[in-house]
Design a protein around this ligand. Sequence first.
Ligand code: PHB
Length: 559
Amino acid sequence: MTSLISSPSAPAAPAAPAAPAEAITPLVRGVVVLRTLTEAGGTLSLRDLSHATGLARSTVDRIAATLAHMGYVRLDGRDVTVLPGVMELGNAYLDATHIPEVLGPHVRELADQLDESVSLTVPDGTGLRMIHQVKHRRARIFSFGIGDLLPVERAAPGALMAADWSPETWAEWHAGPALPTIHEFPAGPPGGDPRALFSPDVCTEAAQRGWAEDDQRIAGGLLALGVAVRDPGGRRVCGVSVVSHTSRHTMASLRDAALPGLQRTVARMEDALRRIPVPTSEPPVGTATWTGTSKQVIGREFVESLARGLAAITAFGSGHESLSTTGVADATGLPRATARRVLITLEHLGYVVAEDRRYRLTPRVLELGFPPMSRTSLAQLTEPHIGALAARVQDSASMAVLEGSDIRYTARVPAYRVMSVNITVGTRFPSYATSMGRVLLAGLPSAERRDVLDGVGPLERLTGRTITDRGRLEELLDQVAEQGYALNEGELDEGLRSIAVPVHDRDRRVVAAVNVAMHTSRRTPEECTTDLLPHLRATAARIETEYATATRFVKIPVI
Ligand code: PHB
C-alpha cells in the first residue's frame, strides 16, 4: 500500500559516523537494504535498490535472497517487497519495552472514554516514534502508522519530550533534515513554521505547563493534545496524544474536553510502569528465531552473518528488556566473540544502546520494515499465497470473509480457464451454499451461528443440489468444524465444485476462509481431498503465520 506520508523517501540523514573496525559489513548492508525498502513504502526493484543504496547489484541480490529465506521479503520477478515476517524485529522491541503491553489498556480506556483516537510515541533520536494507537472508528484519512517517525517540532508531545534534550541533541536536531509529515496546508500550519518556532524555551514552558498541542502542524484539520509519561526514574519515556479533528473541536475545546481525562490516565500509566517486574534471568538457549541454518543448507547466496545479526534482535523480548553479550550468544547460538561484534554493529546502527554492560533495543528497530507492514491487511498479505496456490493446482484460489449472512470475496486469483461463474473481489454469495461460507459458519460460536442462520430465513434453492433443510445444514456445519474443511458440490452453481479451509487469528478464531474452485469435470470430490486439501492447508498455515506476526502489536484489518 502506498504511504500517505507526503515525502515518499525520508530526507538524507547527516553523514553517519564511520563504522567501528569490528562492525560486520554484511549486517550493515542488509540493514541499509531493509531501511531503503521501508522508506520506499515496502517495494523496490533490485535495480532501484542497488541505485538507492549505492551497493553493487550482486550484493543486493545476495542480501535480498537472504532476507527472502528469512521470510522478511518476497522476490517477485525483479521486485523486492517486505513481508509481515520482518515485523518480528520490531515486535522484539515492542515486547521488550513493555510499553504497549502495560500502557495499551489505558490507551484503549481513554480512547473509549473520550471517543477520540489516542496514540503513544517514544523519543527516538530527534524524532518521535509511533509505537501504539487506538484509532477512532470514524477512520481518519491521514494517519501515521506504527513505526513511523514523527517530526518532534510538529507532533503534540514533541515539546515535552525535547524538554529533556541536551545541547548536543539540540545541535543534532538543528543539523538534521526536517522529517516528512502528513500533507499539510499549502501555506503551512496556522501558527507559523514549526521549525522556526521550536526552541528550548518553548519546550521548558510546555514541560512546566504539563501539556503541549499540535494545532494542524501535522496535517490540515488534525488537532492533537499531548502529555508525557515518566518512568519510575522520572524520565519522560513516552508521549500520549489525544488526536481529533477541526470538524469536532477547536484546539481550546479539545483541551477542555480531553485534558483532565488525559492527565488522570497518565497518572495511572505512571503507576503501572512502577509495577513492571524487573527481569533477572537470561533467555533460554536458542530463543532467537533464526538459529542453526547455514550456508551449506541454503546455498552460496545466503549471507549468514546478516541472518545471524538480525537474529540477535529477536533474542530480546518476552521479559528480556536488556541482555548481556553472553545472553545474546546463548539465545542465538553464536560464539561470544561474534555476538559481541553483532552488538557493536547494532549499537553503531542505533538499534541497541549499552548500559552497565547490558544492551537494550531502541525503537529505531521499527524502521526495519515495520511501517509499511503495519498498513497491510489480511487480504493483501494473502494475495501472494493464493497466487502460488492457484499456480500450483491450476485452478482459481480465493479468500472470503463473513459479512452478515453472506460471504464476501477479499482476494482472488483466477485460473486461466472459462468458469461458469464470474467472481471478483467484493462479490457476495449466500454463505450457506458455498464452501467458504460453510467454513466460516462452522467457525462461529453456536449462538452466533444460530443468529446468522436465523437472519437468512428459509434457505433458498439455488441449484437442484442446494441443501435447503436447516437441520441438515447444521449437521453439515458440525461436520465441517470437526474435519476442518468444506466441500461444495454444485450447490451454488451446477458446474462448480470447491473446497475450503479456515484461516485463524492469533486467538484461533476463524477470521477468513480460502478455497480452490473448479469446474466439476476437473476433479472428483475424492481428488479434491487427496490432491488439493494438503496444499490448501499449507497455504492457510502460511497465511496464519504471517497474520500472527503482523497482529502481535498492531491491529491489521481483514480487508
Ligand atoms: C497521531 O497519533 O496520529 C498523531 C499524534 C500526534 C500528533 C498528530 C497525530 O501531533
